[in-house]
Ligand binder design. Structure first.
Ligand code: NAD
Ligand code: ZN
Length: 341
């Protein structure tokens, strides 16, 4: 079968021929229809320090996908041949304390599809049936292919109550822009989003952000004055991984504010702890998606009118994967879909 793989410890990915994976008793074999490119895949493409430390070579990668079930392990229940599925990319151990308590997103032994084991950029993928999630008919293939990052946005945005709150999102990447759409959908008042990239801020505005701020040109405090916000933000969603963005978030939070942190800050970044302590801030780290509450909420929000379609900005047949990666690398994109059909 075809697979997009890292064959050498160097920049890029190659289309190669690899054996079709074989299923175990508890697995599903999924024929991949569409995949999307994640920021993680960009780290892998660039072969940065994290990728070099983490990704075994040779291996095919990718973890954002939709496909159909073509083979079912003999112990599996609840799936049928032809079911359209995406899947939770975090494969959890099932035996640690959190797994046994149903808190799978806190498993200490998580393995990543397309990170620690072969991924979805291939004609076929094997995952434990436990990780598969059936996609309802009214959700398109393109949207189903981005359930993984939509899940990051959902898990983060729904970490705290947003109804009637003023929300600051730092980072208008695909996940930040989707979080802006979710925050509006669930009833936030002001949804202010920051970035340094105008293309992405425009996209976030189309997705529902009530005010975009290019922090290279504008001061967030001026924007807050303009919006009549005298006290500060109630909820912060950190989605940039950029230290200066996080410290300005800490500065602009109201006392008692709550911050959900998805963005991965560089090692050893210091923060102004007095902001956290004297304001009584609550900070919650977010990893992945809640299994499977986040997935049910994702479907429900789409079915109750959440429109994520603007985030799907580029579509290519998988043979043109290089153009897809170039679009992501340029910063002038939302989500990029690769079609395997
Ligand atoms: P992305 O890199 O596409 O988006 C980050 C955005 O931050 C970019 O648009 C960038 O221009 C912007 N930015 C740069 N400097 C900024 C500044 N000073 N102020 C505000 N914004 C600034 O990433 P993404 O795919 O949207 O993911 C968002 C973050 O979440 C990344 O840090 C990613 O590594 C992280 N992530 C974490 C998890 C998890 O499970 N914790 C999962 C997925 C992604
Ligand atoms: Zn576990």
């Amino acid at each position: 079968m075809r697979a997009l793989a890292k064959m050498q410890p160097a920049v890029g990915l190659e289309m190669v021929d690899v054996p079709k994976p074989v299923i175990g008793h508890n697995d599903l074999l999924i024929r991949i229809r569409k995949t999307a490119i994640c920021g993680t895949d960009i780290h892998i493409w660039k072969w940065d320090d994290w990728a070099a430390r983490t990704i075994p070579v040779p291996m095919h990668v990718g973890h954002e996908y939709v496909g159909e079930v073509v083979e079912i392990g003999q112990e599996v229940q609840g799936f049928q041949i032809g079911d359209r599925v995406s899947g939770e990319g975090h494969i959890t151990c099932g035996h640690c304390r959190n797994c046994r308590a149903g808190r799978r997103h806190l498993c200490r032994n998580t393995q990543g599809v397309g990170v620690n084991r072969p991924g979805a950029f291939a004609d076929y993928l094997v995952i434990p049936a436990f990780n598969a999630f059936r996609i309802p008919d009214d959700v398109s293939d393109d949207l189903a292919a981005i359930f993984d990052p939509y899940g990051n946005a959902t898990h983060t945005a729904l970490a705290f109550d947003l109804v009637g709150e003023d929300v600051l999102i730092t980072g208008a990447g695909p996940i930040g822009a989707m979080a802006a759409a979710i925050a509006r959908h669930v009833g936030a008042r002001n949804v202010v989003i920051t970035d340094v990239n105008d293309y992405r801020l425009d996209l976030a505005a189309r997705m529902g952000a009530s005010r975009t701020v290019n922090v290279a040109r504008e001061d967030l405090r001026d924007v807050m004055r303009e919006l009549g916000m005298t006290e500060g933000f109630d909820v912060g969603l950190e989605m940039s991984g950029v230290p200066s963005a996080f410290s300005s978030m800490l500065d602009q939070m109201n006392h008692g504010g709550k911050i959900a942190m998805l963005g991965i800050l560089p090692d050893g970044v210091g923060i102004d702890w007095s902001q956290v302590i004297f304001k009584g801030l609550e900070i919650k780290g977010i990893y992945g998606r809640q299994m499977f509450e986040t997935w049910y909420k994702m479907v429900a929000m789409l079915q109750s009118g959440l429109d994520l379609s603007p985030i799907l900005t580029h579509r290519y047949p998988v043979a043109d994967f290089r153009q897809g990666f170039e679009a992501m690398l340029s910063g002038q994109s939302g989500k990029v879909i690769l079609d395997w059909n």
